[in-house]
Design a protein around this ligand. Sequence first.
Ligand code: FMN
Length: 224
Amino acid sequence: MRSYVAQVHASTNMSATFAAPNEKPGAGAFLEAVKARRTIYALSKDSPIPDERIIEIVNEAVKHCPSSFNSQSSRAVVLLGAHHDKLWDFAKAAIKAVVPAEAYPASEQRLNGFQNGHGTVLFFEDEAVVKGLQDAMPTYAAHFPAWSEHAHGLLAFTVWTALEAEGLGANLQHYSPLIDADVAREFSTPESWKLKAQLVFGAPTAPAGPKEFKPLEERVKVFQ
Ligand SMILES: Cc1cc2nc3c(=O)[nH]c(=O)nc-3n(C[C@H](O)[C@H](O)[C@H](O)COP(=O)(O)O)c2cc1C
């Protein structure tokens, strides 16, 4: 069993073309998009961009986001129109079944906020891919579930940031496992696709709330 480093170095697929420094776009626009991405709950059913562009962004992100051993374990389902509304009806029914009756109105109000959005991206990780990696590389078996979660996080962040860079607002929700069975049935997802998160998006109708930052000196060390 070769180490991860040895495997990667032995890969024949290392002929990537590296652009000369003066052809690089620089990190400025990327970091501006990273800074501009916020959690936005106040959303309308409008969108500043066509649905085709939203779908293109999700496809680009799914294709290009990194994954351990290039396993490409992430999956996405884009819900628009009545499909988006249906998702949040499922969530309402699921929440209603588990919260005390007197708590439900507040939950329903929150869920109405998501349903008022333009659409939702469902993010999944394919557990069949993770199992395949574990079987093929037992040395790393214990790591693959976490690395799959990392891949999910990278994809969710990329889609979230990209949609907001085009003028949408978005927020990330986690209603698994309550909605998993309804989602699998309604959207015909394979059994091995494990639902991880729901990214709700729409035209922002109010800005993000304030955000506090811990001092960077406590979070970043530099040795130079
Ligand atoms: C892994 C992860 C899980 C999150 N889960 C939720 C969630 O379930 N519901 C929610 O409203 N926000 C969720 N958020 C949003 C965070 O609360 C938010 O990103 C954080 O407060 C920083 O605010 P910002 O997104 O505006 O920068 C999540 C964010 C991350 C990165």
